[in-house]
Design a protein around this ligand. Structure first.
Ligand code: HEC
Length: 479
């Protein structure tokens, strides 16, 4: 049990508290607080190894399996015994060597392990038999497909037909246990972070069979330049016909990074497309004359709605909806409030969830909670006037990918929550925001399951997720 497992931290104390001062934007303290936990997952494990394992065993198992607690098993009781010791019984006091914060981290590490006794069975590979518990729901995983190594995106039509991309450039469909490959796809650059990415269906797919793919488009065969494009056509049998690129991000860049690219439709039938800055943070995300590092709003045929925020701005790309994004890898929609959320990769640290609104600037690379991968700072600024704060961020980065806003009746305990995959820590992250988009609770689901690339609430009301290498698509089934 290597990591902090299935933690649900309710930040009761800070709930609803926001600060006001004349000069600064209010800082949602809930976010700050939560970082303390996130930042030290690795450290708690280290302290445990250094200070506790000699007596309590290498893994936290000794606590997980403890049936009778001498000093109590609540967070505060455990805190007391670790800080003050129980010398009479041979438990040393750690108040001198560990700060209160470190002790709490240790306790949370132990509590998290206790909360998820199942994880060991799970790690042993018995996913089919494991029951996960979250918010009173008992959940099982059902393997749906394992023929795509990089299932980048998943969707489903109302008749139950599943569609999923493989980053290598393939699109598969599955209906009643039969998997078939769909032809008529564009040729993609499958290199670095590039490849075939999202697949979504037109809101009226049942009648028009229109399908959309986002992909890394080569400029010409060998010059190394590529961009992100949206391709759309009509699905006829198992082929996409009458197809064309309805959006091609300008300019082409000779990197293989930060393509984006997630897509969603809103209730009004507008298509939102999230494009990364292609690893050129100083050139593109803050300037309006290009498509990179932006979220775009289009009509379903790729034309641009005239009420877009920069439509009448001279020299601006008319499709731009919001700017200052780094590499959005998740996009989701609350159909009741009409709010759009994205998650995006920060640099080392600073992965974000943003509430995406028309005309707003999300600050990259002027403000960020991250640092450069080699440890040097990008900027000291985390706030600036005219730039939006994320509604949550992760330090260190969990490498978010895929995102879903849960509306399905199948998961009453998760309704209204936002799910994000973690590529780096191999789990599904659940965030609970209140109606003001303040983070009030979070949970790590399916610990250590694998690099989570895609997450989708499908037409059948079930949530599906895709893991890569080995590629597997699972459906989460409440019992
Ligand atoms: C020198 C051996 C030793 C070390 C090192 C040690 N403990 Fe203990 N610990 C004990 C003993 C002995 C007890 C009391 C009886 C028991 O084990 O149930 C105890 C009790 C506890 C309890 C209370 C259990 C209960 O039943 O209420 C907690 C919690 C705990 N230790 C946590 C830790 C943590 C965290 C660390 C590392 C910072 C640690 N211990 C390091 C020996 C040790």
């Amino acid at each position: 049990m290597k990591k902090l497992i299935s933690v649900s931290i309710v930040i009761v104390l800070l709930l609803g508290v926001s600060f006001t001062c004349n000069k600064c934007t209010p800082i949602p303290l809930t976010i700050k607080k939560e970082i303390v936990y996130q930042e030290n997952i690795g450290d708690a494990e280290k302290y445990y190894g250094n200070y506790c394992s000699s007596c309590h065993g290498k893994q936290v198992k000794e606590f997980v399996n403890r049936e009778k607690w001498v000093y109590g098993s609540t967070r505060n009781e455990m805190f007391d015994v670790v800080r003050n010791g129980a010398e009479e019984n041979g438990m040393p006091a750690y108040g001198e060597v560990l700060s209160d914060k470190q002790v709490y981290e240790l306790i949370d590490y132990i509590l998290a392990a206790i909360e998820d006794k199942k994880s060991e069975e799970f790690n042993a590979g018995n996913n089919d038999d494991v029951v996960f518990v979250s918010e009173g729901m008992r959940l099982k995983l059902e393997l749906v497909a394992e023929n795509a190594d990089f299932p980048w995106a998943i969707t489903q039509s109302n008749d139950g037909r599943l569609f999923y991309t493989d980053k290598s450039g393939k699109l598969f469909t599955k209906k009643e246990n039969v998997i078939q490959e769909i032809t008529g796809l564009p040729s993609v650059i499958y290199k670095g972070q590039g490849g075939l990415m999202d697949v979504i269906l037109h809101p009226d797919f049942e009648n028009n069979q229109r399908i959309y793919l986002s992909y890394s488009k080569p400029k010409s065969d060998d010059d190394g330049y590529a961009t992100t494009a949206v391709f759309s056509g009509i699905l006829e049998n198992n082929a996409i016909v009458n197809s064309k690129d309805i959006f091609v991000a300008d300019p082409y860049v000779n990197t293989n990074r930060h393509f984006g690219c997630r897509m969603i439709f809103d209730n009004d039938g507008f298509l939102f497309v999230a494009i990364g800055e292609r690893g050129r943070r100083d050139d593109y995300p803050q300037k309006l004359d290009n498509h990179l590092g932006k979220i775009h709003r289009l009509n379903d045929d790729g034309t641009v709605p005239a009420d877009n925020p920069f439509y009448n701005t001279p020299n601006a790309k008319k499709s731009i909806y919001s700017i200052g994004h780094r590499n959005p890898q998740g996009l989701c929609y609350n159909p009741v409030t009409n709010k759009i959320y994205d998650n995006e990769h920060g640099p080392r640290g600073g992965d974000e969830v943003n509430l995406v609104e028309a005309g707003k600037n999300y600050g990259w690379p002027v403000i960020t909670y991250g640092i450069n991968y080699i440890g040097t700072t990008i900027t000291d600024l985390t706030h600036q006037e005219g730039m939006e704060q994320p509604i949550r961020y992760w330090v260190p980065s969990i490498a978010t990918c895929g995102m879903e806003f849960v509306t399905s009746d199948k998961y009453p305990g998760w309704k209204g929550n936002i799910l994000s995959g973690s590529l780096k820590y191999n789990y599904l992250h659940r965030d609970v925001f209140d109606e003001n988009d303040q983070l009030i609770k979070e949970e790590k689901l399916f610990p250590d399951i694998g690099r989570m690339r895609s997450i989708e609430q499908c037409a059948d009301g079930y949530i599906y997720f895709g893991l890569e290498e080995p590629g597997r698509i699972y459906r989460i089934v409440p019992l």
